[in-house]
Design a binder for this molecule. Sequence first.
Ligand code: ADP
Ligand code: ZN
Ligand code: ZN
Length: 750
Amino acid sequence: MPDRPAVLRVALPVPLPRSFDYLPPEGVAVEQVAVGQRLRVPFGQRELCGIVIERGLADQDVELRTALDLPDARPLLSGELLASLRWLSAYLHAPLGEVLATALPAMLRRGEPLPDIASYGWCLNEAGRTAWPAMRAGKPKQLAETLQHLRDEEALDAMCPGWRTPLRRLREHGWVDRIEITPERVAVAPCATAGIVLNDEQAQAIAAIRDRQGYAPTLLDGVTGSGKTEVYLQAIGDCLARGKQALVLVPEIGLTPQALARFRARLGAPVHALHSGLNDGERAAVWLKAAAGQARVIVGTRSAIFVPLPEAGLIVVDEEHDGSYKQFDGIRYHARDFALVRARALDVPIVLGSATPALETLHNARAGKFAHLRLKQRAGDAKPPLVRVQDVRKRPLRAGLSEESLAAIRSALDAGGQVLVFKNRRGYAPVLLCHDCGWSAHCSRCSMQDKPTAMTVHAHGRRLQCHHCGHRKPSPPACPDCGGLALQAQGNGTERIEEDLAARFDDVPVLRIDRGSTGHRDALQRHLDTLGTRPGILVGTQMLAKGHDLPNLTLVVVVGIDEGLFSADFRSGEKLAQLLIQVAGRAGRADKPGTVLLQTHHPEHPLLNTLVTCGYHAFADAELRLREEAGFPPFAHLALLRAEAKQAEPSLRFLQDAKATCMAWNAHAESNPHPNPSLGGREAEIVAIDGPLPAPMPRRAGYVRAQLLLSATSRKALHAALSTLMPALYAHPDARKLRWSLDVDPVDLY
Ligand code: ADP
Ligand code: ZN
Ligand code: ZN
């Protein structure tokens, strides 16, 4: 019998829970290849790039293929990061190859060669220095002024967003040079405090963080404007002084040029940003600079949690409650939760900051797993806003606003302030209705509770759009049912409120900020820049709830929160409370006191009452008690199995089979109970099974969706059951015929 050949075991980005064996490329010995290296291999008719995860001996009787080539001399993934990603794959019950591919920047995932990670900067040359004083005023001249000093490209991204356009002009004249920035050229100044003296609460917080070494999770629980960012900056400064790297995660909306500029100005070390505005090459370069230890401070959104940190010293997660930390498709990881896992593996402190901590996080702090630091006062002289609940029952509303709100807007503007009108629904109006026969416009591809979902009216009534599947069409000129012309846009979206306010307050600018008007983060900043500090009105969705400093904002009017008060999802109360506190926190940030008006038809609602009179923590206490009674997280652990197909039947059959597997697992667990002190010692740890049920939105983009919810008080039991379930699902005859996914710790149950 011939010896079994040595092979490379490779994790490939395919939806199969296994690795694949290959012979090394021609001329390379297995021993020459390290775990964590990229390897390009043939796979069926395709070529794929995977990661070597093991060297081993081939199984008997398998036909082996030879790998194509080894793109890099060294491993891309190694040490702590590779170990943590293996953990993540096991925890999410997701194929390792897909998890590793998710962790790599797209360019590296595709197997492209490593980009050059030298840093470059731009500087005026002799000709430029001579020419710039005489240049016409404008963007190129402004940039030329900035480029009197050598500026690295990352700094330019922060200082002058969109700088590449005026740069082109300067290059055409031959006035600038591109210069490689060597480590000696990078000036690392000591942490500049910019004249800010920390207040007592901040000083205590930073002292407490300094005291903690090794893995030490801390919840920095501070009201909006309490100076949490100052505390992070100090902690990062300490970390840099110890010669270590710091990683800061921020929500997608929070990573503004303003925020980056603040970090850059204060840290005196290069700050590398990672966000969706970068191109593939830029993202890959930052990732590799982190791996090489060249990047000392990395500030990024969700996927930045995957950067290698060979010299890690600190992880910060700002606005840790933010929904954008959860990935909603593919590998459904939660960046905050994975940050905790990495901090533990790296044995470094981690600071989770928020004015409205997630209930899970508060629960962990109360259980003593996290240190809990509070900042109860706003920093400097800023006063907390005055919040008033306004009963609008039976009051006339104009574009959703009461007389009282309109009067408050007028006086805020007259006093020279800015106003934010917050409405969590974009578009012009939620429905298009025929006044003659009652027909309304619906999406043909989506439905909820057996009824097709309404299409939202956009573009001042000219277009219909489905917010669930993105389907768009022009508004019909007449009612398709009765032919009548009495079509009316019902209800109010941000567009209609903007239109109405612009007509009513024609002496001030009215700007609408939502995903429709402001696709890109820089566009949002430009929008706000046009307003400056003049009196004016901003109409927006949650895009405006955080991030940008609006020092002149004195009034916030919140309309249309009532839908959120009665939503069925177990997290909707928490999300609404967080949103209200965050929006309210925008008012009166500087020395101007702010007012918040909450318009509602349900002034007695316990959520509003508790929140407004007693604050977020009282709300959180009440909500946690409800969650405990109902058996929801953080008192239970959930996993949601979703399936969808063009017809209902295959999904339901698939989920039924999944349910049967779980029930068999339960039966086995019941006949072999493990003694579990937390359950009184005798009870078996079983998994509660809910469904299969149609998803809360059972038809989306033409697909019929169903789901099975698994929950358990013990995480161990849930994962043990999933470990039995998942191989059975991959082997299911329909597994390749429908779209299905497992979501461990789902944030939304739809
Ligand atoms: P948070 O992140 O908690 O919302 P920030 O750190 O952004 O708060 O601080 C809010 C504002 O207060 C900022 O303009 C900041 O410069 C200012 N600030 C923070 N700490 C102090 C302090 N100790 N003294 C004076 N101003 C401060
Ligand atoms: Zn009609
Ligand atoms: Zn639709």
